[in-house]
Design a protein around this ligand. Structure first.
Ligand SMILES: Cc1ncc(COP(=O)(O)O)c(C=O)c1O
Ligand SMILES: [Zn+2]
Length: 439
């Protein structure tokens, strides 16, 4: 028996109520009243319990089960995701102090530590797999630049759900390999991410198979909103500044939803300033923002954005050339007092090397983009004295072995022991910092 009263979905446009995900799937994930795909989940759970639950010691985001849209705990499919650590990265704090005279706290949200596939897509995949199990869904499909595809492929396999995955032609081989190895169907589309989405949508229609509805998908949003709970648990506050590499932008949408949801128990919480980072190879949101800024943010500015066909970027994960969610994201960013930041792709390896050296953590390319955003933000004066900055690193290097190959810099080719001398690790520091700081 399902406890149908735990949660319901409410249309963001017309407030029509859909009782649960069973009904939501039956009505093909759209509002039957107005046709909008954008519904949010709300709960009849007691929010007075939340502060107590937040004090717990979770092994996954399922700690927040009362505030997730699943009726029965036995349907949970989890691989220890969503309770990853926020780490204080002192070397970045020291840098901000030395170079800019700022006393700031820098917290890095280590999504590479997620148990499923090591990216910040694991929570959504875990929730999706669990909801599909509960609702007896056996077929699903998703278009993705790589990480969502990989996470969904794994978790849906565990739940016994067939998942067809549409990836663009520039998606990383390692993503394709992992999905395929799980026995899930890969369709590598001749074209960009927009094309992959188009074919996936047609496939979904033709075979009557449910499809992920993108960054506003209530499953993704509900999973990711638990970040807010996790930050309250780990640093007992919201950061002042939030930095993320953005492609479609579930992150800010989910943070905003999470904060609105718990207003009754945390009335003072507000969105951090969203600093959204894009690589210069695919930066339609940054372009749109700069254009709006130059015009003084005229009425309706959020609906004016460029579409980049076949974006040429070294970070396929972030290759959303048609940023359909920009209207939603741009408004959130504007209200938060944040902005969009461009980084130079040509410097990604330099950032990767510096982080690996200083922190002994090897990031993936999209995370290097995010890190670059922190340095750019400091340079542009976007971070103020006394603030807490949260850097949401979405992935480790697992999915991009070529990226780590490019980080080799201490190798010497030798013929005999005469060629080999002991080294001092500190001797490398200056060259690594210089590479990051030069323009
Ligand atoms: C590691 C990583 N960073 C950032 C992003 C961008 O996330 P979003 O599409 O929610 O903007 C992605 C999305 O694939 C990702 O995998
Ligand atoms: Zn509606």
């Amino acid at each position: 028996m399902k406890d149908a009263s735990k949660y319901y979905l409410k249309c963001v446009k017309c407030e029509h109520i859909t009782p649960d995900f069973g009904a939501w799937f039956e009505q093909n994930q759209v509002c039957p009243e107005c046709g909008s795909k954008h519904s949010e989940v709300w709960y009849n759970s007691d929010y007075n319990e939340l502060p107590l639950i937040i004090k717990g010691n979770p092994i996954s985001f399922w700690q927040y089960f009362y505030y997730l849209p699943l009726s029965r705990q036995e349907n949970i499919i989890s691989r220890k995701e969503g309770a990853v650590s926020l780490q204080n990265w002192w070397f970045l704090e020291d840098f901000a102090k030395e170079k800019y005279g700022l006393d700031i706290s820098v917290q890095v949200y280590r999504n590479d530590l997620n148990g499923g596939t090591g990216t910040f897509k694991d929570v959504a995949a875990s929730l999706a797999a669990s909801i599909f199990k509960e609702n007896d869904i056996k077929q699903y499909c998703v278009a993705s630049t790589g990480n969502t595809a990989t996470a969904y492929a794994r978790y849906l396999s565990i739940a016994g759900v067939n998942c067809s995955v549409f990836i663009p032609d520039n998606a990383l081989k390692a993503s394709e390999a992992v999905i395929s190895a799980f026995g899930q169907q890969v369709f590598r589309v001749n074209g960009d991410y927009a094309k992959a989405k188009e074919i996936a949508a047609e496939y979904s229609k033709k075979h009557n198979i449910l499809i992920s509805i993108g960054n506003i998908d209530p499953i993704r949003v509900e999973a990711k909103k638990t970040m807010v709970f996790e930050w309250l648990r780990q640093i007992e506050r919201m950061p002042d500044v939030y930095i993320q590499a953005i492609s479609g932008g579930t992150g800010p949408i989910a943070i905003d939803k999470g904060i609105r949801e718990i207003k009754s128990v945390y009335p003072d919480l507000k969105n951090p300033r969203f600093l959204m980072v894009q690589p210069d190879g695919c930066d339609p949101m940054v372009q749109a923002w700069e254009n709006a800024e130059a015009k003084g943010f005229p009425e309706g500015f959020e609906n004016d954005y460029p579409i980049i066909d076949n974006p040429q970027t070294a970070v396929p994960t972030l290759a959303t050339g048609n940023p359909a969610t920009y209207p939603i994201i741009a408004k959130l960013v504007k209200e938060s007092g944040g902005t969009f930041i461009r980084m130079k792709e040509s410097k990604m390896i330099d950032y990767g090397k510096l982080i690996a050296y200083e922190r002994k953590v090897i990031l993936g390319p999209a995370s290097a983009v995010c890190m670059a955003g922190f340095f750019e933000a400091l340079k542009k004066g976007l971070i103020k004295n006394g603030e807490t900055v949260l850097i949401n690193t979405g992935e480790g290097v697992r999915r991009a072995p070529d990226f780590v190959d490019e980080m080799i810099y201490t190798t010497k080719n030798v013929n005999s022991v005469e060629d080999c001398k002991p080294h001092m690790i500190d001797d490398y520091r200056k060259q690594l910092w210089d590479a990051v700081l030069k323009d």
